[in-house]
Design a protein around this ligand. Structure first.
Ligand SMILES: Cc1ncc(C[n+]2csc(CCOP(=O)(O)OP(=O)(O)O)c2C)c(N)n1
Length: 361
């Protein structure tokens, strides 16, 4: 990898590693990825972009609850997922990692059910290597470390990947998780998707640090910053971190500096706080555009393949929406069903009150 583009976050400008620049030109060493996997990576990134449009429309029609779009962050999510080994590795997501979750085998329809609060949306692939989405910021990071430590103690193969945002990196759980990961040298790869904003709070109001990656030094393991809009830079950094973990050399913190193109969520209006030049920069750094240019320059992409790709994405989405629509809506009372194994008195009372309120409606 080359130290390429300059990424401004907060007060600080930082050079970040890059393989594919904003114009789709190779500026670093290409990681060894077979052509068919390159096409799979690209298709998954396109699926994310198109799913955002559809899911936002479904939310506006009242069919989904809040939806977290990831347009602009496809390279960070997909690049890190593809660098892992699905047969033995684990993924512990925050709430914006739908693409990596699909890569780990989560059906698109299950994801949609989850976003409308259906209990069936909590069904995860049976092999147990995909964890549920975590909404409490950074609360999944101790889980990821615990899983990795467990693998180590049991002498089992596999590495744990976890993703989160810059806001999460300023939570106590982040620091506790990284500390224990370093102390026990566990096989975990932390990928922070730093888009410079925790909803409306810019990085400089979250932290005085120059970067997220530099914090790894305080926990005794390496931290690297890459261009998070460059799928190859992310892939290469994660593949290297995975190999380290597999050799027993412990954790790595990767900061993928990305730009989000849309809102934080469907409950949010970024025009109230994100400056216009950030939006223009996000367009210029679009990870899909640059990947497409590079694929075409290698003869791996053309208009016909593009059409087939769009068709494939739309078929996946339509099929998932059909399955989602055909699933009977749950009784609202099921909200109490999967909270705790043995509900205490307070919860049982809440349930009774909720039932009475429903009967009156
Ligand atoms: C512990 C906790 N505190 C506050 C929130 C409310 N909250 C939801 S998203 C968010 C900002 C997160 O920003 P970041 O970690 O950068 O991730 P991004 O949403 O940008 O991907 C906040 C404060 C929460 N979910 N959990």
């Amino acid at each position: 990898m080359k130290t390429g583009t300059v990424s401004p976050i907060g007060r600080h400008e930082l050079k970040v590693s890059q393989v594919l620049n904003e114009s789709g030109e190779l500026v670093g060493e290409l990681p060894g990825i077979a052509d068919d996997r390159l096409a799979d990576m690209f298709r998954l990134m396109c699926l994310g972009r198109r799913l955002d449009q559809k899911a936002i429309a479904l939310q506006r029609r009242g069919k989904l609850g809040t939806y977290p779009p990831l347009s602009g962050q496809e390279a960070a999510s997909v690049g890190s997922a593809f660098a892992m080994n699905l047969d033995i590795d684990y993924f512990v997501p925050q709430y914006r990692e739908q693409l990596a979750m699909f890569h780990w085998g989560l059906p698109l329809s299950t994801y949609l059910l989850n976003r409308m609060g259906h209990p069936a949306g909590a069904d995860l692939p049976a092999n147990g290597r995909l964890w549920p989405q975590q909404v409490a910021l950074a609360a999944h990071l101790p889980h990821a470390v615990g899983q990795a430590w467990g693998l180590q103690l049991q002498g089992k193969p596999g590495v744990v990947l976890t993703q989160f945002g810059d806001g999460a990196s300023n939570e106590g759980d982040f620091h506790e998780a990284l500390n224990i990961a370093g102390v026990h040298n566990v096989p975990v790869v932390f990928v922070c998707q730093n888009n410079g904003w925790a909803i409306s709070i810019p990085w400089e109001k979250q932290s005085a640090a120059t970067s997220v990656a530099q914090r790894a030094a305080g926990y005794g393991f390496p931290g690297v910053t890459v261009d998070g809009n460059d799928v190859f830079a992310v892939y290469a950094a994660v593949a290297q971190a995975r190999a380290r973990a597999e050799r027993g050399e412990g954790p790595t913190l990767i900061e993928a500096r990305c730009t989000r193109m849309g809102a934080h969520s469907t409950a949010d209006d970024p025009t109230r706080y994100v400056p216009a030049d950030y939006v223009a920069e996000a367009e210029r750094r679009d990870p899909i555009k640059r990947f497409r240019i590079w694929l075409a320059s290698r003869g791996l992409w053309d208009d016909d393949r593009e059409q087939l790709c769009i068709q494939w994405c739309d078929e996946q989405i339509e099929e998932a929406v059909r399955a989602f629509d055909a699933t009977p809506r749950p009784d609202p009372e099921t909200i109490f069903d999967h909270v705790v194994a043995h509900p205490d008195l307070r919860l049982r009372r809440q349930r009774d009150e909720f039932r009475k309120m429903q009967e009156k409606l």
